[in-house]
Design a protein around this ligand. Sequence first.
Ligand SMILES: Nc1ncnc2c1ncn2[C@@H]1O[C@H](COP(=O)(O)OP(=O)(O)O)[C@@H](O)[C@H]1O
Ligand SMILES: [Mg+2]
Length: 352
Amino acid sequence: MIKLGVVFGGQSTEHSVSIVSGSSVIKNLDDKKYEIHQIYIDKAGKWYENFDDIKSNGIYKIGEEPIDIKPIENIVEYLKELDCVFPVLHGLYGEDGTIQGMLELLKIPYVGCKVLSSSVSMDKAYTKAILNQAEIPQTKYIYLKKEKNKYIYVDDKFNEKEVLADDIVELVYNKLRYPIFVKPSNSGSSVGVIKVESATDLIRSIESAFFYDKKVLIEQGIIGREIELAVLGNTKITVSDPGEILAAGTFYSFDSKYRNSESKTVISDKLLDANTKDKLKELAVKVFKAVDGSGLARVDFFVEKETNKIYVNEINTMPGFTEISMYPKLMENIGIKYTELLDNLIELALEK
Ligand SMILES: Nc1ncnc2c1ncn2[C@@H]1O[C@H](COP(=O)(O)OP(=O)(O)O)[C@@H](O)[C@H]1O
Ligand SMILES: [Mg+2]
């Protein structure tokens, strides 16, 4: 029996999504192979052992919190007893290299990307920089920082220049075409992401994105389809076929993702022509390699309507893991069932 710690919850804006993902993982793990330790982190960052019977009672619903919990007094000692940890955490302090760093220090094998790939993939500005270097197609963008209430424009070579609100309006006018997307560099589950249709709403949207992070991206809006691919492996990489997001609403916002049942995901052979499909698969692996990924990731794309051009949107190193999430569904589509997928991920963790 492998002593496996499954960590969920966490301090990020995706806390409640992680609870659903984590409990889905627990529900689907083969309990003949694993001695499962359910570890819950609350929003304040406190760790608990969780004794809710997820196997029998089923997964949590969005917004539901674990009930039967007992604080873990000594996290380090607790973790050191485990053979492997599966951090089913999304967003900051989970998907960003921090918990990965802690597990590295403690020499505990863990599922998923390591420190560097996690942190680079979490921070959209830095993902962009790496993908630029790899000449991977992505949307045009403007990178801003906020320091002591001043806006700083950071160019492609990381030169910094203080700018005023009017300068930002002009920068956007010169570089991009509305609609554009404003987003915190560190975001997830679409929290803080705003579609902006005109200059009138630009500064207000930027300000609201700065509420979530000191770094903000303004991106060219792509009118097209949202396509996602799943990647699995350390050195020998398995890549899924594409899946499509059919978002309810004007884009795939938080509400559209989790509260609007009209949003759909479609996985079908007929989604795209063979050529586009091959290109997407090749790019997904290239992105994964470029960020030094290992274990798993979901790579998200836009395919532009008018031109059929492909743009990489982002890479998620701990994608949604509910039974209806895209990542496990994409894997299932190529013949890797959820429970088997979990076995594979744990094997990959132990192999590293
Ligand atoms: N440049 C863009 N063009 C078109 N739609 C976008 C763009 N950027 C973001 N979106 C929309 O916003 C959603 C969330 O943005 P994303 O960058 O994926 O952030 P998150 O990391 O929170 O998922 C996307 O799924 C898509 O619907
Ligand atoms: Mg996204």
